[in-house]
Design a protein around this ligand. Sequence first.
Ligand code: ATP
Ligand code: MG
Length: 447
Amino acid sequence: MDKKTSVSPEAGTAIKKLKEAGYEAYLTGGCVRDLLMGRVPSDWDITTSALPEETKEVFEKAGYRTFDTGIKHGTVSVLFGREILEITTFRTEAAYSDGRHPDSVTFVRSALEDVKRRDFTMNALLLNPEEGIIDYVGGQADIEAGIIRSVGDPEKRFSEDALRIMRAVRFASQLGFRVEEATSKAVLSCKESLSLVSAERLQAELDKMLLGPNIYETLMTYGSVLAVFLPELKPMFGFPQHNPHHMYDVWEHTAVAVKNIPPERILRLTMLLHDSGKPHSVKVRPNGTWSFAGHPEVSAALSEEALKRLRYPNHTVETLTMLILQHDVDLGSSIAEVRRHMNRLGKENYRRLLLIRRADVMAQSEYMREEKLALLDQQTVLYKEIASQNQPYRIQDLKVNGKDLMEIGIPEGPMVGQVLQALLEAVIEEEIPNQKSALLEKARSMK
Ligand code: ATP
Ligand code: MG
């Protein structure tokens, strides 16, 4: 393990303290997997034989603050400087009949029992400085071979908690691992039970899956799993396009487009849903090719429903719906047009649409691709020029404001806004420079 992937000093201290008090303690779960893979862990989970009250006593005695947030399930959070470590008692759990929480957990004193409740072998390793890696389930070999394998019988494990189905799919995308055959079969045969799982848990896994580098392969193999909680995707599978701009069916085009866009949550979700309206918008042209005119409106409406159902925050739903609605619009070819679009959409959304258009084009056929990319390059240069030089494209960028206008005798009321709008137009068109004297002179001429 190199330096950047060594155990966090806080986690090391916590394990030492528990062991000094006579308990067993290990790092476990994602952090051990990530350390073995040379990835930087996102959090440090510790598992221990100490009961929650005993864990609290160990750390409170040593002067640390603890929090009871997850104590019912055996988790005590301990504050180490600015880091919070989650320390969970070895436990077994009953099924998740509501798809949200285990019906009950039982604390046990055996690490092996705790290992058996974990989802995949790669997530079931134990590590501490004295004993090194403890591997009861062959997790190390599976990590080396890049395999996602259920701990125990996959169907049984998926029936206890269906979210594990989506976690297998998420890890396939995130780690580029292959799902072992029996586990993969169970992913597909048990997928309908995902309908029991809460929107919040599904959303978290969907987001992580979409950001993964192996997203194209994962969408192509496990699209039907997502369709259990995103039925909007189903009509896209295998839907032909019969159009010279396209060489893939709607779903494969979608999978390529998702892969082509940088891994930002909003962008990847936009690409996932941007063409969901296509199967509902087909028109056959007289020459036999298909047109999908109007599909962005249908995609936006379907996506809004889907995202609300998955409980995405309102502002995320609004932004995504807007980006999907706009994904096919021409983004301008002169500096004035680009400024107008930036004014209408906002700078950040204009940037996003440039990336969306590019990912979309790169997932189409090669017909006219060079022309499409040349236009995008031109728009990108203009956008960067405006953004990096802080060129004016909004009323608040003007070097005059309403007060300045009233001082030269423009009456308070709607006229002020109209004049500001006209001044912005003149500046966008480069008829006048964005300088106070020039703006006031123009304003006087409009009185
Ligand atoms: P990440 O790197 O995204 O945090 P992770 O594997 O650490 O991935 P967590 O959700 O942090 O995922 O869970 C920590 C550990 O808890 C997992 O590695 C696994 O051992 C166990 N675990 C989490 N969710 C489940 C589940 N639904 N069923 C069984 N074990 C689970
Ligand atoms: Mg984790």
